[in-house]
Design a protein around this ligand. Sequence first.
Ligand code: ATP
Ligand code: MN
Ligand code: MN
Length: 389
Amino acid sequence: PKPNGDPTAMLMKSYACQRRTPLKHYNSFLTEALEILSQNAEYNDNEGRSVAFRRAASVLKALPRRVRSMQDLRCLPCLGDHSQRVIKEILEDGSSREVESTRQSEQYQAMKALTGIFGVGVRTADRWFREGLRSPDDLIRTGQQLNREQQAGVQYYDDLQKPVTKAEADVISDIVEKAVHAVLPGAEIQLMGGFRRGKEVGHDVDFLITHPEEGKEEGLMPKITNWLKEQGLLLYQKTTRNSYLEKMDGPARASSNMDRFERCFSIFKLQKSAVSCKSSSTASAEDVSTARESERPGEHQSEASGWRAVRVDLVVSPYSQFAFATLGWTGSKLFERELRRWAGQEKHMSLSSHALYDSKQNLYLRAKTEEEIFAYLGLEFIPPSERNA
Ligand code: ATP
Ligand code: MN
Ligand code: MN
């Protein structure tokens, strides 16, 4: 689409990885609605529809102003008929009936509650929903078979529902750094995921770990988790070994975001005093009143216990793959998905969190930095804070 000679019109690129998407934008009243429909499509195993709504929402996030009329949507890519209908209704009536009835529906609410449990995916949640189960309490009440991960998910459900703050992420960063340096001096640790993109809260804290001497990072994770266990800092952990073999595997399939690094999905035991110390210089009246509230009797045990459970993801990457791992673990999920789609469809390349493969030249492209990867892909570099697609 061309700007049509209208000086206020802007050229909106159609892949999210071609655009700058800041964290804060002007159209949450529309994007939240579209994302409910996206989420609901995912619960119904309709990936195509889910991605379509998510792409539509993402375009609106990149707009430099609030949408006030359908006229404002001229020339915008990725807005299908269905998304446009929803937007029109919200602009005219203030809300969309489809969105509101989805939000209120028993299925949507139950799926949200059940998939909100650590270790529970859409398939399992859907099976439980069909069996009449609606919440974590229902699972306990009916004595459902749970794996170790799901048991931890149910046990710490309330804590894991609470957003992790940046202050908490900073304390966890210090702990992870201490643990890693205790077992492998010279290792490098980077905060990833939403917090690297500048988010103020997250559902977990993500870290990428490497060492400049390739090979030193092998088998690092069990050493880290042992150190953390000895300090009493781990409530749960599951480590998966590195299973990436460049020659045998080739690059990951473009549609999959699963990588093969050594990784650990864990739940940390975070002392609240450590957080209040760290953020004391900026503590507000609000923090103080929240602290008092949580001491009321009758609340969930961990409210009064002086610690909380926090989800932490640890990933170990060989140094030569670090740039790809960094790009792959920064997100957002849609941004990643769009990068891989761009690479495949527009460049005949295959991008994963391990490597970039050029199918035309039949070779792997080496990179030390994210900037180099964007350059290989023929994309303008987008900094992490503008990857909130
Ligand atoms: P939040 O604040 O909710 O945690 P987030 O963007 O950090 O938001 P995560 O689910 O923690 O979301 O994922 C962070 C990044 O890690 C994303 O870019 C995602 O693509 C990547 N990622 C997550 N799980 C995997 C996996 N199993 N394999 C490869 N990459 C993954
Ligand atoms: Mn995260
Ligand atoms: Mn994560």
